[in-house]
Design a binder for this molecule. Structure first.
Ligand code: SAH
Length: 481
């Protein structure tokens, strides 16, 4: 009988849904993080149950043909990139399989394979993220540090750069560290709920270069705000003086990265004991209360609290698919549910008669209205509130006005509320475009919608989050018969 702490040799035969390798020892199924199918490895059993065990990779004895050397030295410790040791081609195959398995097992879609389009991956899967959220803490020497949480924990691993993010982050990280030390700002301690600075959020408009830095604090004010602003300005200048292949060069796989400019420095007040990063309210220290970015020829204003897709290059591909699936001719009334700052709504508005958007975050709806204005779009109307409350009540009050030819939904990971799905079924749209960041809840909702008379026609997978098992999908459902 194998037991905890035993060392054994294993061949990885398959991959699990979180990207972990799976093999067998002694008739037991063993899950090993950081391995890939084809690896022969020495592993240590960490947790042994009746028929299965979880093991830690100790040594690769013979590497899989799909194994590559991670670009980032923190790849194994970091909870962000779980697949960096796997070739990008293989990563795309894993994502596509994961979506297919969800559709077949949870959605009971038998013909999943034929409905799936080829996955849309990136040309160069680095420097793709426009938003980073760094927890703040102390390093081993007790100095202020920014970094990431080791996978499934809240222990801070200090970081000086992240190859997933925009290259300006390296300079911003350094400058925030300097500011914290020089102004002697206490960092937040989660256990004691004491100290001030909890997280630093950075956002960069990839197509405008506009940079936002938002300090999340357990308090109402930050000491020496002018020092912080000066440091941030200097950081952006240093970035622009650094020759680097990844920036200031158009047409590379990570898009046309523009020269960064500091557009906004803010604080977000979060005094709660919570895992939520941002507070409800932000105060501007410098610049504007938003940054701007572009998708296609539409400009968007984005406040710190607003959701905005994190991978600008892939977002264009995703919204392109959503537009294609919507099949607009200019005559349609379109509902965009879970609309955020109106990105999909405004992307579709030019080719529709009327667009309605609904979203729960008030700042996002303010952004959506401004965004319609700055892009001279007059056929879009936005509502604040829960989609599952706003849409049923508007539709009950004025079914002719709030009808839909096309419905787009883009819910958070938990998927659509059943009350909303029931109203969508009652609205009988010709087309339903379901954008999803979790194939399991997408598949669950497809099963419900199928019972309500919809038929799944096509589904596209977009790799929005390279080196992780998170994946974005867009599905087209039409009314059968
Ligand atoms: N379509 C947008 C946003 C998608 S993210 C885009 O592509 O940018 C999902 C959005 O749903 C978030 O903005 C979140 O704030 C919002 N949301 C979460 N729960 C909601 C609910 N019950 N009703 C309406 N919006 C909700």
């Amino acid at each position: 009988m194998m037991k905890k702490n035993d060392l054994c040799e294993i061949i990885i035969e398959d991959m699990g849904k979180d990207g972990e390798g799976i093999g067998h020892v002694d008739g037991m199924t063993v899950f090993v993080k950081d391995t890939v199918v084809g690896d022969r490895a020495k592993v240590k059993l960490m947790k042994v149950k009746k028929n299965m065990a979880f093991a830690r990779l100790m040594e690769i004895l013979e590497p899989s043909g799909c194994r590559v050397t991670p670009v980032c030295e923190n790849a194994r410790a970091c909870g962000g990139c779980t697949l960096q040791h796997i070739s990008y081609e293989k990563q795309l195959e894993l994502l596509q399989n994961h979506v297919k398995n969800c559709l077949m097992r949870i959605g009971e879609v038998r013909e999943a394979e034929t409905l799936m389009e080829p996955i849309l991956g990136m040309g160069d899967p680095f420097h793709f993220r426009n938003k980073m959220q760094f927890p703040v803490g102390l390093d081993r020497e007790g100095k202020p540090a920014l970094g990431f949480y080791a996978g499934h924990t809240h222990s801070l691993v200090p970081l000086t750069d992240c190859p997933a993010g925009h290259p300006v982050n390296r300079e911003l990280l350094r400058a925030v560290r300097e500011y914290l030390a020089e102004a002697e700002v206490p960092v937040y301690n989660e256990e004691e709920h004491k100290g001030l600075v909890r997280h630093v959020l950075t956002r960069v408009g990839f197509f405008t270069g506009q940079v936002m830095v938002c300090m999340v604090i357990n308090g109402n004010r930050l000491p020496e705000p002018e020092l912080l602003v000066r440091k941030m300005k200097e950081a952006v200048e240093v970035r622009n003086d650094t020759p680097d292949k990844a920036v200031n060069e158009s047409g590379s796989g990570n898009g046309a990265l523009q020269k960064p400019v500091l557009a906004s420095v803010a604080i977000s007040i979060n005094r709660e004991r919570t895992n939520r990063i941002l507070g409800d309210r932000s105060i501007i220290l410098y610049g504007k209360p938003y940054i701007e970015d572009r998708i296609g020829d539409i400009t968007f204003r984005i406040a710190p609290e607003s959701f905005y897709q994190v991978n600008p290059v892939q977002t264009e591909k995703l919204y392109g698919k959503a537009l294609e699936y919507a099949g607009l001719t200019g005559m349609e009334t379109v509902w965009d549910m879970y609309c955020g700052i109106g990105t999909i709504s405004l992307f579709l508005a030019k080719q529709a008669k009327q667009v309605y958007g609904v979203e729960i975050v008030p700042q996002a709806i303010e952004n959506a209205k401004e965004n319609a204005g700055i892009n001279q779009i007059e056929n879009a109307e936005f509502f604040v509130g829960k989609a599952e409350e706003v849409v049923p009540s508007l539709y009950a009050e004025e079914p002719d006005r709030y009808r839909a030819d096309v419905v787009v939904v883009d819910p958070p990971r938990k998927g659509c509320d059943p009350a909303l799905l029931a109203t969508i079924a009652a609205m009988r749209p010709d087309r339903l475009v379901y954008v999803s960041c979790d194939p399991a809840t997408l598949a669950r909702d497809i099963a419900i919608l199928t019972k309500d008379g919809f038929e799944l026609k096509k589904i596209a997978t977009v790799d929005m989050f390279p080196h992780s098992m998170h994946v974005e999908t867009v599905a087209l459902l039409t009314r059968g018969g």
